[in-house]
Every structure is written in structure tokens, then in C-alpha cells.
Design a protein around this ligand. Structure first.
Ligand code: ATP
Ligand code: MG
Length: 337
């Protein structure tokens, strides 16, 4: 059974005195029950707008959206009890303590005082917030805020969860902690739509990835499918001397399946190859025969950054959050254009 479905969603903002912005431009999405779908896209792609439509916070100009068959736009009051939302900007009361925030959510949803306190205590334990539970949220770190915000979304054990950039701004340890929690929830049957700018996060968590740009889905599939769609693996070499670059280029062209991409400094060359181990061996033998010295040589599978670059012509990592390897390869390919 499909849980979340969006068909041809459109939303245009027309700020005063500025050109209209097509925040959603025909967005389609399906999230099957008990799975995680990641909406992966750069700043301004339309991720938060999508989440706002699906969580009944804004109405689209056109298109339809259903959760478990119920129309999000015409029956928002039937949708709200089914969903939990953890926003890009944590929605917590700064003056209340961690515990009080969670207890308040339970009371707002009409749990009894006893049930509400019990659930708050459970979540405090689950999210490792015991030390922070009696401190006002205004003294919380970014990571603690994220956790208390997600905990708030879980008070009523919603079967469908929307997480808008759940780990942006978290340190690596807190990020992994958040991934564990999300994985546990999905293991218990929760359906999750999460948005992220982190390729690695989509790779780790998502059963299916929808890559979005300019308000529409430009590719979808599993992480492996997306990587496979750009063809084979990469063989990379790094030259000791720039004098060898013409010869190196000729060799890579011969054994690879694409024109070599050259890094900005001219020393790094990369080609695609269907059978990368075989290609790498042939390339290294040829380099040895010609006396061309290398700093480094290797192969790697394409990253999701490569996928994004291929689809959009620009890289997805906008804030340097991804590792430098992928950034370098993005530059490599841009430089080639
Ligand atoms: N209330 C609004 N008024 C005007 N423009 C808006 C409004 N909300 C969003 N937009 C525009 O719509 C586009 C999509 O915004 P959205 O917040 O959905 O992007 P996003 O993918 O969540 O980006 P980010 O990664 O920065 O959170 C952007 O160009 C944004 O400026
Ligand atoms: Mg956003």
C-alpha cells in the first residue's frame, strides 16, 4: 500500500517587486509504507515546500497529495493525527525545559497527565537527553534542539514521519545518533520522508532517493541505481609531472569509456570504465612502459555527487558538507566543460 503520494504539485511564490518563484514545478512522489524516501536537493530546490504541502501547512496551487489514501488538501484534519513533523527550524518552546516541552505536546494531543509524563520520560531516555531534561531549551546546543524537536514529533507515535533536514548542523557523532534513531523507527514500521542536502545521508538511510532541483524530481531510484545510471566506475590517476599530461590523456582515452576529465591543476585525470579493475591494470602497465610516474592511482564507484552533477550540471554539495574527494571530482568535471 502506498502511504504518501504526490502528483504534479505546483506552487509559485510571487514576492512583491520580484520575479515569481516556482518553488514546486510539477513534483511527483511516492513513498511506500514502512520505507524511507529521501528528497535530495540543494538550497532552494523545493524540499521544505514539499514537506509543508504534505503536512498541511500550505496549500499547493495545483496537484494532489494523499497520505494513506486521504486527501491532504481537502481533509487536513484527518491527516494531522497520522503524521509527525520535525522541521528544518526546531519548533520548541525556549522557556520550557526539555521534559516540559514533550509533556506539553502530549497534553495538547489530549493524553492524560500520567500518560503524557510517561511518554515524555520514555522519549527523554530514547534520545539520551536525561541530563538536559530539566534545563530550559534556550540553553540547549543545536544537536540537543534537534533531538528534542524530533522527540516532540514522536510523542503520539505517528505512522508517518516527515523530517526536514534532520541532521543539518549536527556534529558527526550526533548525526550518526540521529541516523540510528531513524533506522530504529523505520524498523518498527514508520514511513519516513526526509529531506537532505547530504548525499551520504540519503545513501545511508533511504530505500529510495528522489533527486530534486527547481521544484521537480529529476531522477529517482536506489542509491545504487542512481550511481549505475551514470555508467560504470571511475579510474583516477595523479601525475608527478605535468610534462606527461598529453601522454597520460592519450592512454586514459584508449582504455576508458569517456574522454578523460582533467583537474584544475592538470595533474589529476579521471575516466569512466565499465570494467574498472581491468582498465586500471592496462593503464598502469602502459604508464610503466612509458616511464610515466604517478603520485596516486585508483578506482572508485561514482558518488551521488557525480549523479547530481551529471543531471544538473552543477554539484549538489553547496555548503562543503561532503568530503573533499567528491568536491575535487566535481571541480574536475566542471573544469572539463
Ligand atoms: N514564503 C515564501 N515566499 C517566497 N518565496 C519562497 C517562500 N518559501 C519558499 N520560497 C522559495 O521557493 C523556493 C524553494 O524553497 P524551499 O524552502 O522549498 O527550498 P529547500 O529545498 O527547502 O531549500 P533549503 O535547502 O535552503 O532549505 C526557493 O527559491 C525559496 O526562495
Ligand atoms: Mg528547506
Amino acid at each position: 500500500m502506498t502511504y504518501i503520494e504526490a502528483v504534479d504539485l505546483r506552487k509559485t511564490y510571487t514576492p512583491k517587486g520580484a520575479a515569481p518563484v516556482h518553488a514546486l514545478d510539477g513534483l511527483n512522489l511516492v513513498v511506500p509504507q514502512g520505507t524511507v524516501t529521501a528528497l535530495l536537493g540543494p538550497n532552494g530546490a523545493g524540499k521544505t515546500t514539499t514537506v509543508k504541502v504534505l503536512t498541511t501547512l500550505i496549500r499547493p496551487d495545483s496537484g494532489t497529495a494523499t497520505i494513506n489514501g486521504i486527501d491532504v488538501i481537502s481533509s487536513p484534519e484527518r491527516i494531522r493525527p497520522m503524521i509527525g513533523v520535525s522541521g528544518q527550524y526546531a519548533a520548541v518552546d525556549e522557556n520550557l525545559t526539555g521534559f516540559e516541552n514533550l509533556d506539553m505536546v502530549g497534553r495538547l494531543y489530549h493524553l492524560s497527565a500520567k500518560q503524557s509524563r510517561e511518554r515524555a520520560r520514555e522519549l527523554i531516555r530514547l534520545f539520551d537527553l536525561t541530563e538536559a531534561q530539566n534545563r530550559p531549551v534556550k540553553g540547549f546546543s543545536g544537536g540537543m534542539r534537534r533531538r528534542i524537536d524530533l522527540a516532540g514529533a514522536l510523542v503520539m507515535r505517528p505512522p508517518v514521519l516527515f523530517l526536514d533536514e534532520p541532521t543539518t548542523g549536527l556534529d558527526p557523532r550526533s548525526r550518526i545518533g540521529m541516523w540510528d534513531i531513524i533506522t530504529t523507527l523505520v524498523g518498527e514500521g514508520t514511513t519516513v520522508l526526509l529531506t537532505t542536502q547530504y548525499l551520504e545521508e540519503a545513501d545511508q538511510l533511504a530505500d529510495s532517493i528522489s533527486v530534486i532541483d527547481d521544484g521537480k524530481v529529476i531522477a529517482e531510484g536506489t542509491s545504487d541505481e542512481l550511481k549505475a545510471s551514470i555508467g560504470g566506475q571511475r579510474v583516477e590517476v595523479s601525475l608527478v609531472s605535468l610534462d606527461d599530461s598529453t601522454a597520460a590523456r592519450e592512454i586514459l582515452t584508449r582504455f576508458g569509456s569517456t574522454e578523460p576529465a582533467v583537474s584544475l591543476d592538470g595533474r589529476g585525470l579521471t575516466v569512466n570504465a565499465e570494467d574498472a579493475p581491468a582498465a586500471l591494470q592496462l593503464i598502469l602497465t602502459e604508464f610503466a612502459n612509458r616511464g610515466i610516474q604517478l603520485y596516486d592511482a585508483g578506482m572508485r564507484r561514482p558518488t551521488l555527487d557525480d549523479v547530481f552533477l551529471k543531471l544538473t550540471g552543477h554539484t549538489a554539495s553547496v555548503d562543503g558538507a561532503d568530503n573533499t574527494d567528491t568536491d575535487t571530482s566535481a571541480q574536475t568535471q566542471k573544469a572539463q566543460k
